[in-house]
Design a protein around this ligand. Structure first.
Ligand code: PEP
Ligand code: MG
Length: 315
């Protein structure tokens, strides 16, 4: 099975009844993009830019970042790149960026909240990204957005920089990983070009369980019906506005979750490069009409265990 998946890794992922799902790669460094394509990626669905910043003794300047982002795009040969702006803060500090100690770093100044406190750093990153595009498809998204205000500030800043650094094929979106953003998806969907659901944080914040908790983290299952409902609402809201939705959290490479995500209408699954062939193979086994019905049944269940039993039976 694995061998067949590998042989077919470069083919698109289309269900038996003809519904296509894009399968892209999550990467953390520029060297990985060409390798991801070789492993079947149809693009990069999440470039985590934290490494670019952690590798240096001070914030990398525009030239250093631009070279890095260019390398990622070069490796993609015209396939789309979804980049997430710097997502540090809270538990992920940067040595050259003093942050006040917080009692609850996961509920503190992290992601877009931190970027908006240091717009100079965000601006440099956005300039580097816009300059690197060179006619290639670039999608920029902001992490940990909880509502319209943060999104609008980040969008307006990007659009103003774009006047000096034009990019023909640019989309702007947000990570949906804070429950308030999922609940407000109908409003946000009018303004964004796309959503990418970060199920790692979305599950953590929905269930109020630290994703790295030594004893509780197993209970923070992305297949909990509460999380599935938020995913379903997000997709419905996006599609009503003609926008697309990806999932870039770990859930996208969970073989039991794939039929449900596809059935909820998720357009793109972004997973680690080594999972791409298997996720594509899983999609090809599915019937979209059946997956849709399965997802509706899952939404009505009472626990993650019940959802896993449901999908496990039909697997
Ligand atoms: C997520 O939260 O699901 C996600 C993809 O981002 P990260 O794991 O980097 O927080
Ligand atoms: Mg996250």
């Amino acid at each position: 099975r694995r061998e067949r998946a590998h042989t077919e890794r470069l083919l698109p992922a289309v269900t038996r009844d003809g519904h296509a799902v894009e399968v892209a790669a999550n990467i953390g460094a520029s060297a990985e993009s060409a390798e991801a394509v070789e492993l079947g990626a149809e693009g990069v669905g999440l470039l985590r830019t934290e490494l670019v910043f952690m590798d240096h003794a001070q914030a990398p300047d525009r030239a250093v970042q631009e070279a890095e982002y260019r390398r990622v795009l070069d490796g993609l040969g015209g396939r789309p790149l979804v980049v997430r702006t710097l997502d540090v803060g809270g538990d992920k500090p940067l040595p050259y960026w003093p942050m006040p100690a917080e009692e609850n770093p996961f509920l503190g100044v992290r992601g877009i909240r931190l970027s908006l406190q240091r717009p100079d750093i965000l601006e440099t990153q956005l300039r580097a990204l816009l300059a690197s595009a060179d006619g290639r498809p670039l999608r920029i998204m902001f992490p940990m957005v909880g509502g319209v205000e943060e999104w609008r500030i980040a969008r307006d800043l990007t659009l103003s920089l774009r006047e000096e650094l034009p990019v023909a094929d640019l989309q702007l979106g947000i990570m949906v990983e804070v429950p308030s953003a999922a609940l407000l998806a109908p409003v946000l969907a009018r303004e964004v070009d796309f959503f990418s659901i970060g199920t790692n944080d979305l599950t953590q914040y929905t269930m109020a369980i630290d994703r790295g908790h030594p004893t509780l983290s197993a209970q923070a299952d992305g297949l909990h019906p509460s999380v599935l409902r938020l995913i379903g609402m997000t997709v419905e809201a996006a599609h009503a506005e003609g926008k697309w939705v990806g999932v870039c959290g770990e859930l996208a490479s969970d073989m039991l979750a794939v039929p449900l995500l596809v059935g909820l209408g998720v357009d793109e699954l972004s997973v680690s490069a080594r999972s791409i062939a298997l996720v594509k193979a899983r999609v090809r086994e599915l019937d979209f009409a059946h997956s849709r019905a399965l997802a509706q049944r899952a939404l009505a269940l009472e626990s993650a265990g019940a959802v896993r039993d449901l999908v496990g039976e039909t697997h």
